[in-house]
Design a protein around this ligand. Structure first.
Ligand code: GUN
Ligand code: FE
Length: 383
């Protein structure tokens, strides 16, 4: 279908800097070689398909009530932990790592096991509408290359995969390793990801282990619940981002992140499922849980004007916010000419869910059954 391009006509729902949820009715979005080439009103369609040489037969009209939204960006998830989803709601991070996580990850020296798990994990993540994921793998090189193969079945040039330097967290690294990884990231101009200030115990032990360090926010990402003001200032100065993982933060009892504090400091924030600290790879679940976290701050706030996160703002974190957090907003995150067509076809009333749900409300109660088709860079990967 994408050789000559295609057009989809109907409602487009996405986020912009100005609006957390913009609904564009009766639009035609043209896609060629994986990229969005036009977004026009229906009266301009015949002229546009001529300009881009798109056949009439490759125009699809969405049914009433359906809409397209951008694919979700999961800014933090662990592919090898997929078998453990749902385990460990009964303990905190450090016990959870020892009991479930490290033993499971050790199994990835076995490529057959890795192949079986990674196929399932990637398929399930995709099926839940995540079209970009910032994955942790394991220390096993061959298994990690296999994960790349599973994500992108092509020759090993991986046009849609970026390597990321991954010191797991401060407690699994020494100073020398950290500084060498920093050199590597600089030399190859690579992003870095890690876990930071996730639990009170972890912050305390890191303080004892690295007594000379004022702060351990050299380069960041996941959690950031217990950041000091100095660390927040440093993260901002380095233009780093936080991956907010609300499901995980509740499941393994880490804490209640105050998103507004990060926003006030103008730090970039995306949402993450953090499977399997979080028990489910659904970003729709992450959207709702992020709202719950914010509602807790609202309930506990000493001043009456604490503004809780809206579902629309959480949707923006799950799409455009995540794209910015990963430095990919020139390519993905919302619908704009020149960006990849990473999109979900949503039917709010699919499979027995109630009728007459407007796009405004559909992220509050949808799940994967409402996602009819999934496109990555113009390719329909699930329908
Ligand atoms: N800190 C160090 N490793 C991990 C991990 O695998 N998951 C989470 N949530 N935190 C960590
Ligand atoms: Fe994690």
């Amino acid at each position: 279908m994408d050789e000559t391009g295609f057009v989809m006509c109907g409602a487009l729902v996405h986020s912009t800097d100005a609006e957390p949820l913009e609904i564009m009715q009766h639009k035609c979005i043209g896609v060629k070689e994986g990229k969005i080439v036009f977004i026009e009103n229906e009266d301009a369609l015949s002229e546009k398909i001529k300009e881009f040489g798109i056949p009439q037969t490759d125009i699809t009209y969405l049914k009433k009530g359906q809409f397209l939204c951008p694919g979700f960006v999961d800014t933090h998830l662990h592919a090898p932990q997929y078998p453990n989803c749902g385990k460990g709601l009964d303990m905190g991070l450090l016990d959870w790592l020892q009991t479930y996580t490290f033993p499971t990850e050790a199994k990835f020296s076995d490529l057959k096991y890795a192949d079986m798990v990674y196929r399932k994990a990637v398929r399930r993540v995709l099926r839940n509408g995540t079209t970009t994921g910032c994955y942790f793998a394991t220390l096993h090189t061959d298994a990690t290359l296999l994960l790349c193969d599973v994500i992108k079945v092509k020759k090993r040039n991986y046009p849609h995969i970026t390597p990321i330097v991954t010191p797991r967290f401060a407690l699994s690294c020494c100073q020398e390793l950290m500084s060498k990884l920093g050199d590597l990231a600089k030399a190859y101009d690579l992003p870095i990801q890690t876990h930071i200030c996730e639990t009170r115990d972890e912050v305390r032990i890191v303080g004892e282990t690295f007594p000379g360090c004022e702060s351990y926010a050299a380069m960041v990402l996941a959690h950031g619940i217990y950041l000091s003001d100095n660390e927040i200032a440093l993260i901002k100065a380095r233009n780093s981002a936080i991956s907010h993982c609300p499901n995980s933060n509740f499941s393994i009892r880490s804490g209640v992140l105050d998103l507004r504090r990060l926003e006030e400091a103008r730090i970039k924030v995306g949402l993450g499922t953090d499977i399997s600290g979080g028990y489910h790879p659904s970003m729709l679940n992450a959207i709702r849980t992020a709202v719950f976290v914010s509602n807790i701050h609202h309930i506990e706030a000493e001043h009456a004007n604490y503004k809780a996160l809206s579902v629309h703002e959480a949707f923006r974190l799950a799409t455009l916010g995540g794209a910015k957090a990963l430095g990919l907003d020139n390519r993905i995150g919302n619908f704009a000419v020149g960006k990849d067509f990473d999109a979900l076809l949503i039917d709010p009333s699919a499979d027995g869910s109630h009728v007459d749900v407007l796009p405004d409300d559909s992220f509050s109660d949808s799940d994967d059954r409402n996602i009819l088709s999934i496109y990555v860079a113009g390719r329909k990967v699930i329908s």
